[in-house]
Structures are given as structure tokens and as C-alpha cells.
Design a protein around this ligand. Structure first.
Ligand code: MG
Length: 227
């Protein structure tokens, strides 16, 4: 009786909220029912080179392999605010260190790099380590797994607020969980050029950097939900 009384008081106080949309969650890192699936384990068709030609990454046994020289992998589709999930597998690279060890990255809207690097017992400058918003924010924790283990990024990206003329009125914000650990907590992103335009997701091929070693990065379960 008392619970009914509380429910009546609550509904009078707060009104009736509309029911939320039903979203069937994924399993084992798979996409929820309302996600844009960017890599489902079988096809790289959603990915292109910067010039629009087919990506140099290849799909095999549920994994997208991106070797140095494949070129940066861009989604053909462009996005604004989004929840992004991806899993990555960094090869073991004994004898390499710092930025030369397992370097890739997830670029939001092709502009802002959430760093991928083998940061397991591999110190480098903090704003260039795994979980960093490269060059802007060091991660709150080093939650790196050793190489040759699957790791996860879950990212909440809010595009900047813009006026009708394309001027920025509020910064983009970024929250990142690395392997389930909060590493970026709603940080304000320093904008880049054309920040008010939607942009693709991009996976970095680090081979353009001087002395970058041969690296094969693996990815799986890449999806996003538009927010
Ligand atoms: Mg990188």
C-alpha cells in the first residue's frame, strides 16, 4: 500500500516520461540492435583509403588486419556525436620501445586521435600513451593489457555545439573507457579545423612516421551508435 502511495506521489510530481526505445544489446562485444556496424568480422566494405579507394586492410577469421602500408582506414560514412566500440590486438614487438611499439589510433571525425599503443611496461610521454587523447590529455590510468591480448575501447564523443554560421559555441567532449577502466572523463576537446562538420572514423597506419617498424594491428567488433 505504501509503495502504491509513493508511486502515485512520484507520478504527480514528475509526470509521465515517454518510454525509452528498445535496444537489444549485443553479446561478447557485438553490436546493439541500433548500431551502425563498421566491421562485423566478414567484410571491410565500410572502409576506404583517404582518396576513397578500397581499404588496404583485410578481413580474415572475424578480424580486420591492418598492416603498415595499408594506409589509414577511413569509414566511408561520416558521423557527429557517437558512442563507439572497438576491440584491438597489438602485436608483440620485442626490441621496440616508446612510440615505435604497437602504434595505431582511433581518430574521431578523422580529427582527434584516441591513441593505440603498446603501453604495457612501455613508458612514453603520457599524452601519447594508450588511452590518451593524443597531444591533449593523458589517460587517468594505465589500463593496458600486455600485447597479443584483445583490448577494448568504449568512447562517448559529443561533437562541438555550433551556431548557424559554423562557429563553435561549445567544445566537443570525450569520455573513454579502456578495458572497462575510465581513462578520459568528459574532457573538453581542443577543436581542429572544420570541427562543426561531421567526419569519418579513422584507424591510423603509423607507417608514415620516420623509422616506424612493420606492425600488423588487428581489430574486431567495430560499431557505433549515433547520439
Ligand atoms: Mg597513434
Amino acid at each position: 500500500m505504501r509503495l502504491v502511495y509513493i508511486a502515485v506521489i512520484a507520478s504527480l510530481a514528475f509526470g509521465e516520461d515517454p518510454q525509452p526505445p528498445v535496444v537489444a544489446p549485443g553479446t561478447n562485444g557485438g553490436a546493439p540492435s541500433d548500431a551502425v556496424v563498421l566491421f562485423d568480422g566478414t567484410s571491410t566494405a565500410k572502409w576506404v583509403r583517404e582518396n576513397g579507394s578500397p581499404t588496404g586492410c583485410t578481413a580474415e577469421k572475424g578480424v580486420m588486419n591492418c598492416a603498415t602500408g595499408a594506409g589509414d582506414a577511413w569509414t566511408a560514412e561520416k558521423f557527429g556525436s557517437a558512442q563507439i566500440h572497438l576491440e584491438f590486438f597489438i602485436p608483440s614487438m620485442p626490441g621496440k620501445e616508446g612510440q615505435m611499439k604497437g602504434n595505431s589510433g582511433v581518430y574521431l571525425q578523422g580529427r582527434y586521435e584516441v591513441q593505440i599503443l603498446d603501453s604495457y611496461k612501455n613508458p612514453t610521454y603520457a599524452s601519447g600513451s594508450l588511452g590518451a587523447l593524443y597531444g591533449q590529455y593523458a589517460p587517468l590510468a594505465n589500463a593496458a593489457r600486455p600485447p597479443e591480448q584483445w583490448q577494448t575501447y568504449d568512447i562517448i564523443f559529443h561533437a562541438p555545439k555550433c551556431d548557424a554560421g559554423g562557429g563553435i559555441t561549445g567544445p566537443a567532449t570525450l569520455t573513454v573507457l579502456l578495458n572497462g577502466v575510465l581513462v578520459q572523463d568528459h574532457v573538453a576537446v581542443k577543436e581542429r579545423k572544420d570541427a562543426c562538420q561531421p567526419g569519418p572514423l579513422m584507424l591510423q597506419d603509423h607507417s608514415g612516421f620516420p623509422r616506424a617498424p612493420h606492425t600488423v594491428m588487428k581489430f574486431r567488433n567495430i560499431w557505433l551508435r549515433r547520439l
